[in-house]
Design a protein around this ligand. Structure first.
Ligand code: DPM
Length: 378
């Protein structure tokens, strides 16, 4: 009978294996804290899951993997959604917030070789070898640092990509996020991890986050115990950087962040699509000493059933139990670095990347139309 009084929290998820693994791992952490809660997973297919023939960077829409799930949040079909934080746009729809940022896994990229190159590295691969990636960021840095290699688009979820690598002769290797491989328990397929000096990672790579309604204090309170403070500082800075750069999936923007006891360092920049140019910079900020505890934090906080004022957000993250001054400092660091990069020539690279991507979208579109016309005639 006990089950009857148990509250059920509804959790939205994409259907991919990785999405479900991430969703289940967050649910497990919450169950450890609140054994009395029940969780029900409601799966959905998103636009990003349906479009498999086009590189992400060539699809105009920003919230490809998140929109359908956000609609489910808005109409109360679900209470929260677990995401790879790097797939969440830097600006969320009205009424949404990030209620938890979990401890970051390894944020770096990894090379997965075709069996025939088992013990190779990117550097040692023969000239003209084909690297599968649809990430502009990875492509630009590989072109820059390994100019003997050729880049080829690859889409689909991780399972699909591995199949494309293993079952055909189209690719010599893939470059992927190590965190995704790790969560799928495919570590043994990792050939070698790329150091940020060879390939800086994407904003928020390796961090899982939970999105919910920005005014749903009950869910926010539940989720707040998952926040990992050093990760919060890193990703607030990185998201502020990307937001100010207006990069999204459409420009080769990359970062590398280190968080010490009282210091936060953000390295980041933008590459030209062909990798020949880069504007990179780095900034460090002192983190303010711990504020006076609870009184101040709870004043903005979650002890009221429905906040009359919107809760403060830093790069869309709501973390009322964490030191607010430090979160603000992290956000400012990201904005300052972006301004520096933009002023030092980054704006031109961003504009050119955008122009090139738009031209490719038009060309793709025209090619598809021509194909259709041909089929109609035949
Ligand atoms: C975003 C990018 C990619 C994903 C662009 C980038 C990779 C696309 C590709 C924003 N989202 O990284 O420059 O390789 O063609 C994605 C992955 C993960 C989350 C897979 C991956 C892994 C888990 C994580 C797709 N989103 O990057 O290999 O990083 O937490």
């Amino acid at each position: 009978m006990e089950g009857l009084n148990k509250k059920t929290v509804k959790v939205g998820s994409r259907k991919s294996q990785l999405a479900l693994i991430q969703t289940n791992s967050v649910i497990k952490m919450l169950k450890d804290i609140k054994p009395n809660l029940n969780f029900e997973i409601i799966t959905m297919t998103t636009t990003g899951d349906k479009i498999l023939d086009t590189a992400l960077s060539k699809i105009g829409e920003k919230s490809l993997f998140t929109k359908e799930l956000e609609n489910a949040l808005l109409d109360n079909t679900v209470d929260f959604v677990v995401h790879s934080l790097k797939d969440l746009p830097t600006v969320l729809p009205e009424g949404m917030g990030i209620g938890a940022v979990c401890k970051r896994d390894d944020p770096r990229d990894v090379v997965v070789m075709h069996q025939k190159h088992k013990d190779q590295t990117l550097k040692k691969l023969p000239k003209g070898s084909v690297v599968g990636t649809s990430s502009l960021r990875r492509a630009a840095q590989i072109r820059r640092n390994f100019p003997h290699l050729v880049i080829k688009d690859v889409r689909g979820n991780l399972n699909t990509r591995f199949r494309k690598l293993d079952d055909a002769d189209d690719y010599d290797c893939l470059v992927l996020a190590y965190a995704g491989l790790d969560r799928m328990s495919w570590q043994d397929r990792a050939s070698h991890i790329l150091d940020p000096s060879e390939c800086m990672y994407s904003v928020s790579q390796g961090a899982m986050a939970v999105e919910c309604r920005a005014k749903d204090v009950e869910t926010l309170e539940l989720l707040s115990s998952l926040h990992h403070y050093p990760t919060l500082l890193q990703i607030i800075a990185e998201r502020a950087f990307l937001r100010t750069m207006e990069g999204g999936c459409h420009a080769p923007v990359a970062v590398c962040t280190t968080c010490g006891e009282d210091k936060l360092t953000l390295e980041g920049g933008v590459f030209s699509i062909d990798g020949t140019e880069a504007v990179l910079d780095e900034l460090t900020t002192e983190l303010p000493a711990e504020e006076e505890p609870s009184a101040k934090r709870l004043a903005v906080g979650l002890n009221v059933p429905e906040p009359s004022k919107a809760l403060p957000q830093y790069s869309c993250v709501i973390a009322t139990h964490q030191p607010q001054e430090a979160l603000r400092t992290a956000e400012n660091l990201g904005v300052s670095l972006a301004k520096k990069v933009i002023e030092n020539g980054g704006q031109r690279l961003l504009d050119e990347a955008k122009k090139q991507t738009e031209a490719e979208i038009r060309a793709d579109h025209a090619a598809k139309q021509a194909q259709k016309a041909k089929q109609a005639v035949a």
